[in-house]
Design a protein around this ligand. Sequence first.
Ligand SMILES: Cc1cc2nc3c(=O)[nH]c(=O)nc-3n(C[C@H](O)[C@H](O)[C@H](O)COP(=O)(O)OP(=O)(O)OC[C@H]3O[C@@H](n4cnc5c(N)ncnc54)[C@H](O)[C@@H]3O)c2cc1C
Length: 457
Amino acid sequence: MISDTIKNEIRGIVGDEWFLDSPEDLITYSYDGFLPEFMPDAVIVPGDRDEIASVMKVANRERINIIPRAAGTNICGSSVARKGGIILAFHRLNRIIEIDPESRCAVVQPGVVNAELQKAVAAYGLMYPPDPASMFVSTIGGNVALNAGGPRGVKYGVTRDYLLGLEVVLPSGEIIRTGGKTLKNVSGYDLTRLMCGSEGTLGIFTEIILRLVPLSPAKATLQAIYADLDDAATTVSAIIGAGIVPTTLELIDRTVLDVISNYGDAQFSDKAQALLLIEVDGEDILVEAQGKRIEAFCKERGAFQVERASTPEEADRLWQARRTAFGAVASLRPNCIVEDATVPVKMLPAMIRKIVEIAEKYHIQIGVLAHAGDGNLHPLFMTDLRDKEEMERVDKALVELVEAAIAMGGTLSGEHGIGIAKDRFMSMEFSQTSIDLMRGIKKVFDPNNILNPGSFL
Ligand SMILES: Cc1cc2nc3c(=O)[nH]c(=O)nc-3n(C[C@H](O)[C@H](O)[C@H](O)COP(=O)(O)OP(=O)(O)OC[C@H]3O[C@@H](n4cnc5c(N)ncnc54)[C@H](O)[C@@H]3O)c2cc1C
């Protein structure tokens, strides 16, 4: 419990209007894209960096937990007050401070929505590549804190690859800057990268410097449909193995295709067991050649239908199935648990077979959606949290799935993070020594353990 005196001190810093503690407000901030709910003691929406620094000084002095939260779309429960405390929201820090075409970078506040930045830099002929499927809602601050990826990750990498520098408010209230606008920087330990993916546990980002790249002049979008899921999965590893670098290489299985057809306009042949959505971008000649090569590749490996978009509208239509997948799946059962285990691309076919086996073994409906080109699977567990018996089976299936991914040389999470969803699995991937090192790092930044203490450590 936070005393009224302290609440009033924090109110005095952020202003009455931006200190929320009515039951309705607290409920709104009690959950995120992961499902469990934890009621915070209060929510604050500071207007600038200095207010955040002042609040942190009070919180550190009084040992009050502070949980940074942006759009709340994370699906690992890393923005909830698991151990109580104050949610710190970033809605008001939503300004693009600068787009600098000569240095090919942008400086933004953390609450800028990813898609808004994409639109703004496109006007300069530039692109900010990380494109999480949540890009129309999720923020750059949240993307940095979870090192978000997206369909373009196969060619362009993830948020970390575009993060040049940060302004960070530490748990003590001190402010540091890491990195800068230079494309090269090897001075000292790389604190910028350490912050990226830190899930709001080390510091609060108040300014973010991002690298931009030129927009590609041309792009080709293809859709290949298979009667056999295994053929689709082996096409993925074959394309990557052949040295083709697609921008996007997404896989959708029959279970998800069925849900998509029932939900919207897209229809698929009864024969279809899997769909690959493939995109390449670059110079015209290269795109043309790669498009043809991929088309041939898919046919040789069993695709019975390959379609290539010849207009932007057709490309949009081919993307429709992938774009509606999450919404469609959410309409099927009361809850959907989105898994994120990731394996080396060569192991993708084996991992997909394993998921099918697990679904049969535990009698659970699991759809497969994957950023397949980088081995990042999103098995979708369609379930009902209220059904205890089913949840026990789901839990066993989740454990088996994570164990399989680790055994194949994979990782617990490709892009969604650990949070409270996967903290219990950390010792499967990391030795005790590695976990102790992470705890030691946390202690250096946050000796009183007040910043997002309920999260993965
Ligand atoms: C439909 C759907 C599709 C998705 N698709 C993808 C996808 O393709 N790829 C992907 O990677 N993820 C995806 N996600 C997950 C999620 O959108 C991303 O993790 C995103 O980066 C979260 O951003 P956010 O603004 O919602 O942050 P939040 O969920 O509010 O917070 C995420 C984390 O960031 C911390 N944080 C937020 N702001 C700051 C800050 N300024 N300083 C320090 N810490 C901060 C929080 O404490 C928390 O730990 C998807 C989610 C949904 C619901």
